[in-house]
Design a binder for this molecule. Structure first.
Ligand SMILES: O=C[C@H](O)[C@H](O)COP(=O)(O)O
Length: 165
């Protein structure tokens, strides 16, 4: 059972309509205790996506939120931005299988969506499913992710001697 989740959301003006639709859904979800909206408040705010996405990703990295949903035109700019924050694993996922594996294989805390790519009903379904997935820290995937975390800390390329896989 997934514990109660604190979700950060953010978008630029290309993603704000979808962000607001997802935030409204998340606020009604019994698995979510808190939704923190990092903006933008509406489409007249033309701040660039990194200004919003980096703040939301930092909140996750700092333990102020458990996960984040970031929306721009494609999701790509938000994904790149969020992945610059140490400890963050962010992905674009516009299909349910990728969203599921982003948790179960990759322990991603951040899901990025494109407001110009996906419709609100499919996005809501994917996000609702995504809330229910948990990473298993005892799985074989954890060893693989460990190579990424180690590189993030020491910037040394992993070798096959470092781990079984
Ligand atoms: O990845 C970037 C986003 O899609 C953004 O909303 C639009 O960026 P652009 O104006 O640089 O195309």
């Amino acid at each position: 059972m997934t514990e109660k989740l604190r979700i950060a959301v953010a978008a630029d003006n290309a993603g704000v309509a979808l962000k607001d639709a997802l935030a409204a859904m998340l606020r009604e979800d019994h698995r979510v205790t808190e939704v923190t909206d990092f903006g933008v408040p509406d489409a007249t705010d033309d701040r660039a996506y990194p200004l919003l996405g980096l703040a939301a990703a930092r909140a996750v990295a700092d333990g102020e939120a458990d996960r984040a949903v970031l929306v721009c035109g494609t999701g790509i700019g938000m994904q790149i931005s969020a992945n610059k924050v140490e400890g963050i694993r962010a992905t674009v996922a516009h299909d349910s299988y990728s969203a599921e594996r982003s948790i179960k294989s990759n322990d991603c805390q951040v899901l990025c969506l494109g407001g110009r790519v996906i419709g609100p009903e499919l996005a809501k379904k994917i996000v609702a499913e995504w809330l229910g997935y948990e990473f298993d820290p005892d799985s074989a995937s954890a060893t693989k992710l460990g190579h990424i975390t180690a590189f993030e800390h020491d910037h040394q390329l992993p070798t096959t001697a470092d781990a079984a896989c």
